[in-house]
Design a protein around this ligand. Structure first.
Ligand code: ADP
Ligand code: MG
Length: 483
């Protein structure tokens, strides 16, 4: 039986976080009332002229630099024609002939320690289309509503070569690229809001073969997890076709996340169907070495450099530094905590375990969380000062994430102060001993483990508020004095 391996290339669309759209000054914001961020230009009314947004172009060039692209001395815009209700002009301004970057690459760090290079075919700047919405209303049945707020937003497209050959590489590529884009601060990369979208191109070929098989393209995949599911689904579909002697059809397919399957959307257009031609309304842009040089100066410290610096500067383990540096916002957050209170290892522990877990559960990023750096600092201080126990602090952290309340206020409102008063604790300790004569006897006979059991009893009885160090001392004292 022939064994097949996947060949994958991605077309990545990322909405740039420039304040305005790419060819006019409509605000570029997500989530506004439909059709409120529009103007004659974004509506494509006759007689209007586009003007290139320089910030969007500079962010695109910065990305091209970071992705190791060759940048031409001149870049220009072309019209890509197709008819769809969300595209008011019936063409999209894009870059076909002189994209702003070519022949770049991204290096991936794989789990087994090896590196994999995925080549970038080209990077180009274009405008986004609007959106069709299908509200669940009686008055909207059978209709599509058009929201043009997104029409004209700056969209950067990054096209890879078909270099990805398994699912691990696919996942690491998506994570790495997302991290780079966030580091560069060119996009917020919120997949759930569509500001980062991956289109999957996948074919299968016999292991060892070099010729490419026929590919299918999959659109409408809303998360990294969904891309991986869609890839797994397509691999299976292709293998079944190939093994039964059928042909894979080159087409565009749509991912249905609820059903976990793809279905055919349309046979694939080829470039000539789009009737590309240079947009006569937009002059070419000359990219001088001096200009590129000044953009290059804005290249921030990237992930690897940050990881090394964290180890040096804060004395935290390589592993911690690696986790913190995967995301720029997370790294900035860690540093802000350390600036306010110098306890790097404590913060890295909290962030790597509790904070990341809570962020993942809520599917948000640290910069969207109500747990600001100063709130985490306050929380850590409360633990260090013995006001609350570590376990109580974990509960408070969740509540801060939920409500944005100050940690100290939650402690007061819920009466969560740690009890260190010996008088109050002694009663609990004696009760624990009285109720658990067996374990108590074990401790007297020198079995250390049983002490933990009694400690657990005291902590539960105090609802986690007893000061563990004080309790331990009291328990030991009581048991050694024959109590
Ligand atoms: P199209 O014109 O159909 O959009 P492109 O040549 O522009 O095709 O490639 C689009 C994407 O598909 C690129 O990311 C490319 O790497 C990938 N790709 C091209 N051919 C294959 C193939 N046979 N298998 C998998 N991916 C492919
Ligand atoms: Mg394409």
């Amino acid at each position: 039986m022939t064994e097949f391996e996947p060949v994958i290339g991605l077309e990545v669309h990322t909405e740039l976080n420039s304040a305005t759209k790419v060819f006019c000054d409509d605000p570029a914001i997500f989530g506004a009332e439909p059709n409120t961020l529009i103007s004659p230009i974004s509506l494509g009314l006759p007689g209007t002229l586009p003007v290139l947004n320089c910030v969007a172009l500079e962010k695109s060039l910065l990305t091209a630099i970071a992705l190791n692209c060759e940048i031409p001395s001149r870049t220009s815009f072309d019209r890509k024609h197709y008819y769809y209700p969300d595209l008011p002009k019936n063409y999209q301004i894009s870059q076909q002939y002189e994209p702003l970057g070519r022949n770049g690459w991204v290096d991936l760090q794989l789990k087994d320690g090896s590196q994999k290079r995925v080549r970038i075919n080209n990077i180009h700047l274009e405008e986004d289309a609007g959106k069709l919405v299908h509200p669940d209303l009686p008055s909207a049945r059978g209709l599509s509503w058009v929201d043009l707020n997104r029409a004209g937003m700056a969209l950067l497209e990054i096209v890879t070569e078909p270099d990805i050959t398994n699912l691990e590489e696919l996942e690491v590529f998506m994570q790495t690229l997302r991290s780079i884009l966030r580091y560069l601060d060119v996009s917020d990369c919120k997949m759930q809001e569509g500001s980062l979208r991956f289109e999957l191109n996948l074919s299968m070929r016999p292991v060892g073969a070099t010729a490419l098989g026929t590919k299918a393209e999959v659109k409408n995949v809303g998360s990294i997890k969904a891309v991986l599911r869609a890839a797994r689904y397509e691999m299976k579909r292709h293998i079944e076709l190939l093994e039964s002697g059928e042909k894979v059809i080159q087409e565009t397919r749509l991912w249905d996340d609820d059903r976990g399957e793809t279905r055919s959307m349309r046979s694939k257009e080829v470039a000539k169907d789009y009737r590309y031609f240079p947009d006569p309304d937009l002059p070419s842009v000359v990219i001088t070495p001096a200009w590129l040089g000044s953009i290059r100066e804005h290249l921030p410290e990237l992930q690897d450099a940050k990881q090394s610096r964290f180890v040096q500067q804060y004395g935290i383990p390589e592993y911690d530094a690696g986790v913190l540096a995967t995301d720029r916002a997370l790294a900035d957050y860690f540093e802000e905590c350390c600036r306010k209170h110098s306890a790097p290892k404590t913060f890295s522990n909290w962030i790597m375990v509790e904070v990341l877990r809570e962020l993942q559960a809520r599917e948000i990023e640290i910069d969207e969380s109500l747990l600001t750096a100063s709130r985490l600092v306050d929380l850590v201080r409360l633990v260090e000062e013995g006001v609350i126990s570590n376990n109580i602090a974990k509960d408070i952290l969740k509540e801060v994430m939920e409500t944005g309340k100050e940690p100290a206020r939650i402690v007061e409102e819920k009466g969560l102060r740690q009890v260190s008063d010996e008088g109050a604790l002694l009663a609990l300790v004696r009760e624990a001993i009285a109720k658990n004569p067996g374990p108590a006897q074990d401790v007297r006979e020198g079995k250390e483990k049983a002490l933990g059991f009694l400690m657990g009893h005291v902590m539960r009885a105090s609802q986690g508020k007893a000061n563990p160090a004080v309790c331990r001392q009291l328990l030991e004292k009581e048991l050694s004095s024959g109590g």
